[in-house]
Design a protein around this ligand. Structure first.
Ligand SMILES: *Cc1c(COP(=O)(O)O)cnc(C)c1O
Length: 388
């Protein structure tokens, strides 16, 4: 019996061919394919600017710099997120302030943010956790009158929708991830999207050592050798390569099919698990749709410890995962909480993430559902132990 993994990226010959073509062209660093991927991604989202970078972590780093966040500032973030969300705040010398989340969606709300606002609050990072869109307009209504920037961490949300538009499209600044754990992948990679042209130009400089003219433009431009670049502020090497962008262009074309497949699989899990368990899956809010990058289930109160549930699933050949991590429980941020975070602690300790990927078969899904039901009823299991 083969083990069912929690996630497999959907990659094929087309991506392999596109990557090979980039290599054969001799241009492998940031160049024409990165520019084309940026244009295609901006068009897909319906935003004026997209700046490709090396990861969502570096995208968040640049987004915070772009929002003017620096030492002494506070940034409200959900603790319930991959730790990169909080780390990006630390990179710019600011302090992450952890807010609780809505227990149904796993996302920040105005009610969880409001008690944490101080006169030092410079920004909020609103995460679309697991692909579930955050209620961005509600967060902005709270933040905007106070001059607080809102950065959308849309790492998980390519293909999700918020009020009829792609998630991230309405944000002043949004950051995306193309890590293989997400839907659309370039191996490693990220994108910052924004509405403002001057901001986009600064982000382009910051990702490339602060250079006033990009290396690609100097190479491509006629008489380019005559253009001398300047370095007007300290930048970074946060560039994406043309090999990654070539893969990204193919993946972007597949995104609608990826989302449709995941939504179909998520709906089927609901059927297989039955009404009661299905009601414990992460909720889809009325104002948007999820790409179901992560489908998590809150264990019933009478279920065994989560470690035991994951152990039973593993014994049945199902590789589920612990729920989303909570940054405030990890060493760098331990004790750095200003308010209790009950929903965060419940979700992080009592949820499991179910296998969900494009090529998941009906038979595999039935095995997952069966293994989960039996893992939740330990007495039945001990009377009829799994035979190998
Ligand atoms: C995955 C993830 C990140 C980090 O993305 P990378 O591309 O791996 O740097 C940041 N925030 C959230 C919410 C994520 O899920």
């Amino acid at each position: 019996m083969s083990t069912i993994p929690v996630m497999i990226p959907w990659l094929g010959e087309e991506e392999a061919e596109a990557a090979a073509e980039a290599v054969r062209s001799g241009w492998v660093a940031q160049g024409p394919r990165v520019a084309a991927f940026e244009r295609a991604f901006a068009e897909h989202l319906g935003v004026p600017h997209a700046v490709a970078v090396s990861s969502c972590t570096t995208a968040l780093h640049l987004a915070l710099l772009g929002a003017g966040v620096g030492p002494g500032d506070e940034v409200v973030v959900p603790s319930l997120s991959f730790i990169a969300t909080a780390n990006a705040v630390t990179y710019v010398g600011a302090t992450p302030v952890f807010a609780d989340v809505d227990p149904a969606t796993g996302n920040l709300t105005p009610d969880t943010i409001a008690p944490l606002l101080t006169d030092r609050t410079r920004a909020v990072i609103a995460v679309d956790q697991g692909g579930v869109p955050v209620d961005l307009d509600a967060v902005r209504e709270l933040a905007a009158p106070r001059g607080i920037a809102v950065v959308e961490d849309a790492a998980c949300a390519a293909g999700s929708a918020y009020r009829g538009r792609p998630a991230g499209a309405g944000a002043d600044i949004a950051a995306f991830s193309f890590h293989p754990r997400k839907l659309l992948t370039t191996g490693e990679g990220g994108m910052v999207t924004c509405q403002d042209g001057e901001l986009a130009a600064r982000l382009r400089r910051l990702r490339e050592h602060g250079m006033s003219v990009s290396a690609a433009d100097r190479h491509a431009g006629a008489g380019g050798a005559a253009v001398l670049e300047t370095y007007d502020e300290i930048g970074f090497n946060h560039r994406m390569t043309d090999v990654q962008a070539a893969i990204g262009l193919v993946q972007l074309g597949k995104l609608p099919a990826m989302v449709a497949r995941r939504r179909e699989l998520a709906a089927r899990y609901r059927e297989l698990l039955g009404e009661e368990l299905a009601g414990r899956l992460v909720a889809e809010p009325a104002y948007g749709t999820s790409n179901f990058q992560s489908l998590w289930l809150l264990l019933p109160e009478d279920a065994p410890e989560r470690g035991e549930v994951l152990g039973s699933l593993a014994a049945d050949g199902v590789s589920a995962r612990r729920g989303i991590m909570a940054a405030h429980l990890e060493a760098p941020y331990k004790g750095a909480v200003r308010v209790p975070l009950p929903a965060t602690e419940l979700i992080t300790s009592r949820t499991v993430i179910l296998p969900l990927f494009h090529s998941l078969t009906e038979e595999q899904q039935e095995r997952v559902a069966g293994a989960l039901k039996s893992a939740l009823t330990p007495k039945a299991r001990s009377r009829a132990p799994h035979s190998l």
